[in-house]
Design a binder for this molecule. Structure first.
Ligand code: ZN
Length: 454
């Protein structure tokens, strides 16, 4: 007992020392002055010209026209560019890349063949590729092995590597089997496709699963509402929302049936994932209640999708926009194939290029650029539940901002060519160049023998 008290004292002293050093880190650092030729406020869809943004340490200390630049400040001249908040992918999967080789695009097999350790390294690479494309925030909602997502968040927050702010869900919670249909051997022995899903079949198990995820670093909770015919009831979902709130988390519901969508709406869920099962009536209710949609609106490209599926996705997105659903930009990007190359140059597209390509769906839906930009920024920050500290370019917020040539308010494709990225007040990309860019790929592009091997 005595030893235990001594150990507690030691631990407590350690915590105190850690918090003291955190305070010293919080001291404002050197000043950077950014000259912004054009500065977009995506919330209002307006532009101000010739602005100066002062950044001290990690945060914005002042914004305005003709601000005096303090002596000794580092000046970054973006006077020929358009500056805007960093972009948000509100539904993606950093530590999952299912492939044609070796798993025939079947993520049961990804789970079996790729360790969490390998997936965590993929996640780190994907995070860097997304940051390079201007995404400074991602919601990473499951299918990340045994918590590669929360490890990625921690690693970026701790400063091990550059990457977006990650809002991870931990393991997806579902009733028996999650999204998969495991065999009796897989299910009963719980050692093959697990930990991809956390089984929670009763109120007690739902509470336990949520607490477990939050214990391991989740910042949002993801529920499979109707992945099985029995699914979760309105009461189950309300219980989950209530429990998640205790740890500061909002709940996203994966829905794939109209009935499941209705239960999620009735329970007052924060976010509904995937637009496929939603009807105009669901959109109307979501617009009225302010329920966010992470529609994961896949474009039809050379390397993915079909024209018929695309037309359906476009029509649903259009209807959701008309019904004023709070729309986020979201991709569900978690796959790779060897057709993912630039048609003209033959070079690999990065995970960032492949992510930003989702604006094609939004353009096809005839959504005005200002509304697309709002979905990609302000609404994304709200859905990620970090709008109080990140997003708007104003005093007191983290300095997460990007710059592009041209005007995304009239030509959304301007976002495809991000020239400058600042995250937490640090410059990650300048004059269009991240020097390590060529090292990163959206999949295992180097297979020396030509055949997959561990
Ligand atoms: Zn997903």
């Amino acid at each position: 007992m005595r030893n235990r008290i001594a150990l507690c004292c030691l631990l407590f002293a350690g915590v105190l020392a850690a918090s003291a050093s955190a305070q010293s880190q919080a001291q404002p650092g050197p000043i950077t002055a950014i000259k912004a030729g054009r500065l977009i406020d995506p919330d209002s869809g307006t532009v101000s010209t010739n602005q100066v943004i002062l950044v001290q340490g990690e945060k914005i200390s002042a914004v305005g026209p003709n601000l005096a630049i303090p002596t000794g400040a580092t000046v970054i001249d973006l006077s020929r560019l358009t500056v805007l908040p960093g972009l948000v992918d509100a539904h993606t999967h950093m530590a999952l890349t299912y492939k044609e080789q070796p798993e025939n695009n079947y993520y049961y097999l990804t789970v079996v063949m790729d360790s969490t350790a390998l997936r965590a390294i993929q996640a780190a690479s994907n995070g860097i590729q997304l940051l390079n494309a201007g995404f400074t925030v991602i919601r990473d909602v499951g299918n990340n092995g045994l918590y590669a997502d929360t490890a990625l968040r921690q690693a970026i927050e701790q400063g091990w590597l550059p990457g977006p702010t990650v809002i991870p869900s931990g393991i997806i919670i579902g009733s028996t089997g999650g999204q998969l249909w495991p065999t009796p051997e897989m299910y009963k022995q719980h050692n093959i496709v697990y930990p991809e899903y956390l089984d929670a079949n009763s109120p007690d198990e739902i509470v336990r699963a949520i607490r477990e995820n939050m214990l391991f670093g989740a910042r949002t909770i993801k529920l499979c509402i109707d992945c099985k015919p029995w699914g979760y009831s309105v009461e189950d979902i309300k219980l989950a929302i209530n429990e998640a709130a205790k740890g500061g988390c909002k709940v996203e519901g994966h829905v794939q049936t109209p009935e499941g969508a209705q239960r999620a709406i009735d329970a007052g869920i924060y976010i509904i994932a995937h637009g496929n099962a939603l009807t105009p009536e669901h959109h109307r209710q979501m617009g009225e209640k302010g329920i966010f949609l992470t529609g994961t609106d896949t474009p039809f490209t050379r390397y993915r999708g079909t024209d018929a599926a695309f037309k359906q996705v476009v029509a649903k997105l259009r209807d959701a926009w008309e019904k004023k659903v709070p729309l986020t930009f979201s991709t569900d990007f978690d796959y790779w194939n060897d057709r993912m190359k630039d048609e003209k140059t033959g070079e690999w597209l990065s995970r960032g290029d492949l992510t930003i390509a989702f604006i094609e769906t939004w353009k096809a839906a005839g959504i005005p650029p200002a509304d697309i930009l709002r979905a990609m920024t302000i609404t994304g920050y709200k859905a990620a539940d970090i709008i109080k500290e990140r997003g708007p370019i104003k005093q007191g917020m983290y300095a997460d901002l990007i710059a592009v040539a041209g005007d995304p308010l009239t030509d959304i494709d301007a976002l495809r060519n991000v020239q400058f990225v600042m995250k937490n007040g640090m410059v990650f990309k300048k004059d269009g160049a991240m020097t390590a860019e060529k090292f990163f790929h959206p999949g295992p592009v180097r297979i020396p023998s030509g055949r997959w091997t561990r």
